[in-house]
Design a protein around this ligand. Structure first.
Ligand SMILES: NC(=O)c1ccc[n+]([C@@H]2O[C@H](COP(=O)([O-])OP(=O)(O)OC[C@H]3O[C@@H](n4cnc5c(N)ncnc54)[C@H](O)[C@@H]3O)[C@@H](O)[C@H]2O)c1
Ligand SMILES: O=C(O)CC[C@@H](O)C(=O)O
Length: 416
């Protein structure tokens, strides 16, 4: 029988888009030495080529993982998104191949909230235009249309981790906070939920968007919604570029129907720092344009590096999938004296009983079993006596509807 074990030093990890060094250090400390660390993303063709022998892949927001890429990823065990958003990944394509996807749901929350708050103050004071004039040798000393944040209404659309964090910081500065969310939530401090997006847009002086990219949030702010905002209103978008119809925003700003905007995310973003940034918002006076850096602080990137690599190492060493965004979540204890078999299968009736039948007929004693399913996939983890690791792997490979099987030996990590 061919040996199926794979030493940790042979487990290939590919990290793209300048994932922080803290992730590399974490993998190395855990014994994973086969790491390729690139500062750029890869286009589809290069990725399809490169991913064939990759076991763990780390990306940020730019790398697109679609069906074609997953089809080529024969050895891929897990994906780590070193960011919050996972819209760049076809989560179903990953799931149907038994590949969990992890992200960092909190690590850059504070960075985004701080930037948004700073932008709100700058825009309320008309700083972008005053700053630009001064750079050109001008002197725009005037209080016209300049306002304090105190007493103004901040409307937050999407009151999740970032929205709620922003809410706390904004109240401490004197903003009245209202928010709109599809889920009923208790506001932090004195923040109040409003019943509709329309009400929020009409009441707020500053509107800040913090929704994920979903079919329901796509182009949610267009001409009709912008028309509901006050002419003195300010729009901030640090969520996803697909949430705002950028041409409609540019038109409203140019026509003076909106006072200012700060935009960090765009429907089309340059693929790298060498590519020209093209946008109808370029050149407009009270507009702050930033290159998708809401979460790009050294603090956040270091924390993200640690958080996501820890999840990938834990999955690789122990099988735990807690916080995976697309996968049944199983929290597993250590398995010092047992071999552990990870079996991922289509979630159809009868697979678990077939697994148990096969193990029992092979004379394999089960010392622990954990199961979790979602609508597509079942994930069963079976601890077996040390004598049976490879035997169990061989037996379980033959079970119909198997997507992937791995054995984690008590000391070293092996793949099937
Ligand atoms: N600019 C950046 O660098 C940067 C950094 C981090 C995150 N982000 C983006 O910000 C988004 C939000 O991050 P988060 O951590 O706060 O996410 P989150 O999941 O904690 O919160 C999102 C909130 O939006 C709500 N929501 C969903 N659909 C909605 C709708 N149609 N209308 C109103 N509310 C809706 C959800 O109920 C949830 O409360 C991320 O998905 C990511 O795309 C951008
Ligand atoms: O770091 C990135 O590339 C994306 C950051 C942000 O959009 C996120 O989703 O966390």
């Amino acid at each position: 029988m061919a040996k199926t074990s794979l030493d940790k030093s042979k487990i290939k990890i590919l990290l793209l888009e300048g994932v922080h060094q803290s992730a590399v250090d974490n993998f190395l400390n855990a014994g994973y030495t086969n790491i390729e660390h690139l500062t750029t993303s890869l286009d589809e063709a290069s990725l399809v080529d490169k991913i064939r022998d990759v076991h763990f892949l780390g990306i940020r927001s730019r790398t697109q993982l679609n069906e074609r890429v997953f089809a080529a990823a024969e050895k891929l065990n897990a994906v780590g998104c070193f960011c919050i958003g996972t819209n760049q990944v076809d989560l179903n394509a990953a799931l149907s191949r038994g590949i969990p996807v992890f992200n960092a749901p909190y690590s850059n929350t504070r960075s985004v909230a701080e930037l948004v708050l700073a932008e709100a103050i700058m825009l309320l004071r008309g700083i972008p235009e005053k700053n630009a004039r001064a750079h050109q040798g001008g002197w725009l000393k005037s209080a016209k249309a300049s306002h304090e944040a105190r007493g103004k209404t901040l409307g937050i659309v999407g009151y999740g981790n970032i929205g709620a964090q922003l809410s706390v910081l904004a109240e401490s500065l004197g903003f009245n906070v209202i928010f709109y969310d599809v889920v009923t939530k208790l506001g932090m401090g004195n923040a109040n939920q409003v019943a509709s997006l329309e009400e929020l847009l009409a009441r707020a002086d500053v509107v800040s968007l913090h929704v994920p990219e979903l079919p329901s949030t796509k182009w949610m702010i267009a001409k009709d919604q912008l028309a509901l905002m006050k002419p003195s209103g300010i729009l901030i978008n640090a969520s996803r570029g697909s949430v705002v119809v950028i041409e409609d925003l540019a038109e409203a700003l140019a026509a003076g129907r909106l006072y200012g905007a700060a935009i960090d995310v765009f429907p089309v973003e340059p693929k790298g720092n060498d590519e020209e940034f093209v946008s109808p918002l370029r050149g407009l006076p009270n507009v702050i344009l930033t290159p998708h850096i809401g979460g790009s602080t050294l603090e956040a990137q270091e924390n993200i590096g640690i958080e996501v690599s820890e999840k990938m190492v834990t999955y690789s060493d122990n099988g735990t999938t807690v916080t995976a965004v697309n996968f049944p979540e199983v929290a597993l204890p250590a398995h010092p004296d047992k071999h552990r078999v990870l079996h991922i299968h289509d979630n159809v009736p009868g697979v678990l009983s077939e697994i148990n039948r096969v193990l029992s007929e092979s004379g394999i004693n089960i010392s622990g079993q954990y199961l979790q399913t979602n609508e597509k996939v079942g994930y069963v983890v079976i601890d077996v006596d040390k004598a049976y690791g490879e035997q169990a792997l061989e037996a379980l490979r033959k079970v119909e509807h198997t997507l992937r099987v791995r054995v984690l030996y008590s000391e070293t990590n092996f793949e099937g």
